[in-house]
Design a binder for this molecule. Structure first.
Ligand SMILES: Nc1nc2c(ncn2[C@@H]2O[C@H](COP(=O)(O)OP(=O)(O)O)[C@@H](O)[C@H]2O)c(=O)[nH]1
Ligand SMILES: [Mg+2]
Ligand SMILES: [Zn+2]
Length: 299
C-alpha cells in the first residue's frame, strides 16, 4: 500500500495492514530499478517474528516508471499491477504540457493499461482555454482515452467515482494540478494534504518520492503519486514506439518500409501522410518525435 523508506505497509488477505521489512536476500529477476518492492506489488509475507517480512514478490502484470532524475540508467517503479492509468492535467496553474500527457499515455499503452485524462480546474478556464480543453477531449477520446473536465474543488465527482469502481487506478500529474483535492472529494477518508499555490511554484522541492495506495471499498483502489515530473518509458526500441500511439499503430502497416520505418523522413510513409492530411494531430506527432529521437521532453 505504501512505503516509508525501508518499511512497507502490506494489506494482507485477512484485511489487516502490516508494517513490514523486505527480507535481505530478495531480488527480482533482472531488476534495474532502485526500489525492489513497489506500491501495488503482490507479495508473500512471513509474520512469525515481531516485524513482518516480505519474502517474495509475485510476477507483475505491468508497472509504471518514474524517470530517474540523474539519468543513471536506473528507474523507479512507482506502481505495479494497475488496471487503469489516470492523469490529472491543467491548462493553467500549473500548465501541463501535451508532451507530458502523451508520454504518460505511452507508458500505459505499452502494457495496454486503459487511460483516463481528467482536465481539472474547469472553473479557472478562460473562454479560449475552454475551447482548447474541448478540442483536446475530442482528440484524446478519438484515440480511446476516457476524458473528463471538472473542477475538483466544487463539482459533483460521482461520474468520476464510477470510473474507478472495482479497479486499481494510478493517479498521476504534476504537483499542484489537484490530485489530492480530487481524492479527498472522492473519499473524504483519504484526507490527503492539499498544497498551497506556493508549494508547486517551488518546482517540486517538497514532493514526496513514494506513491501511496488507498482502498475505497473492497475492490476499489487508487494510487496517489505525488509530484511526478516525467515518465520513464519501459525498455523499447525506436521501431516499437509507434505501436503505443493507437492512431499510428493502425497505419504503420501501410508504410512502404513497414518493418524499419520510423516515420521521420522515409518515403511513402503512411504516418507522415496522415499528419499532413490532419488524420493524426500535430501535437501527437511532435510528442512521438521527441520520444523517438530521445530528446528531453520535460519542457
Ligand atoms: N480553482 C481551483 N483550484 C483547485 C481545484 N482543484 C484543486 N485546486 C487547488 O490547487 C492547489 C493544489 O491542489 P492539490 O490537491 O494539493 O494538488 P496535487 O499537488 O496535485 O495533489 C490547491 O490550492 C487546491 O485548492 C479546482 O478544481 N479549481
Ligand atoms: Mg498531492
Ligand atoms: Zn512510416
Amino acid at each position: 500500500m505504501r512505503s516509508t523508506g525501508s518499511f512497507y505497509d502490506v494489506l494482507a488477505d485477512n484485511g489487516v495492514t502490516y508494517n513490514c521489512r523486505v527480507r535481505g536476500k530478495i531480488r527480482l529477476e533482472g531488476i534495474k530499478e532502485t526500489n525492489p518492492v513497489a506500491v501495488g506489488d503482490e507479495v508473500t509475507l512471513d509474520l512469525e517474528n515481531d516485524i513482518g517480512l516480505i519474502t517474495e514478490i509475485l510476477p507483475r502484470t505491468n508497472h509504471m516508471l518514474r524517470q530517474s532524475v540523474k539519468k543513471s540508467g536506473h528507474s523507479h517503479v512507482l506502481a505495479a499491477n494497475i488496471d487503469q492509468a489516470m492523469v490529472v492535467a491543467t491548462i493553467a496553474l500549473p500548465r501541463t504540457s501535451l508532451g507530458f500527457i502523451d508520454r504518460f499515455l505511452v507508458s500505459a499503452e505499452a502494457f495496454r493499461i486503459p487511460q483516463v485524462i481528467v482536465f481539472n480546474k474547469r472553473d479557472l478556464l478562460s473562454p479560449e482555454d475552454t475551447l482548447l480543453v474541448n478540442e483536446l477531449m475530442a482528440l484524446y477520446t478519438s484515440i480511446g482515452v476516457t476524458c473528463f473536465s471538472i473542477a475538483a474543488k466544487q463539482d459533483d465527482v460521482s461520474n468520476l467515482y464510477q470510473q474507478l469502481v472495482n479497479k486499481t487506478t494510478l493517479i498521476a500529474g504534476h504537483s499542484g494540478v489537484g490530485k489530492s483535492t480530487l481524492l479527498n472529494r472522492i473519499s473524504p477518508a483519504i484526507n490527503q494534504a492539499v498544497g498551497d499555490i506556493s508549494d508547486f511554484s517551488e518546482k517540486g522541492t517538497h514532493t514526496t518520492t513514494f506513491a501511496e495506495m488507498f482502498q475505497l471499498d473492497g475492490s476499489t483502489f487508487v494510487i496517489d503519486t505525488p509530484g511526478v515530473k516525467e515518465w520513464g518509458l519501459m525498455d523499447m526500441s525506436q521501431q516499437e514506439l509507434s505501436d503505443y500511439f493507437p492512431e499510428m499503430r493502425e497505419l504503420r502497416d501501410q508504410c512502404k518500409f513497414t518493418s524499419s520505418c520510423l516515420h521521420l523522413n522515409e518515403p511513402k510513409c503512411a504516418i507522415q501522410e496522415a499528419v499532413k492530411n490532419g488524420a493524426i494531430a500535430h501535437s501527437r506527432y511532435n510528442s512521438y518525435l521527441s520520444m523517438v529521437l530521445g530528446e528531453d521532453n520535460r519542457k
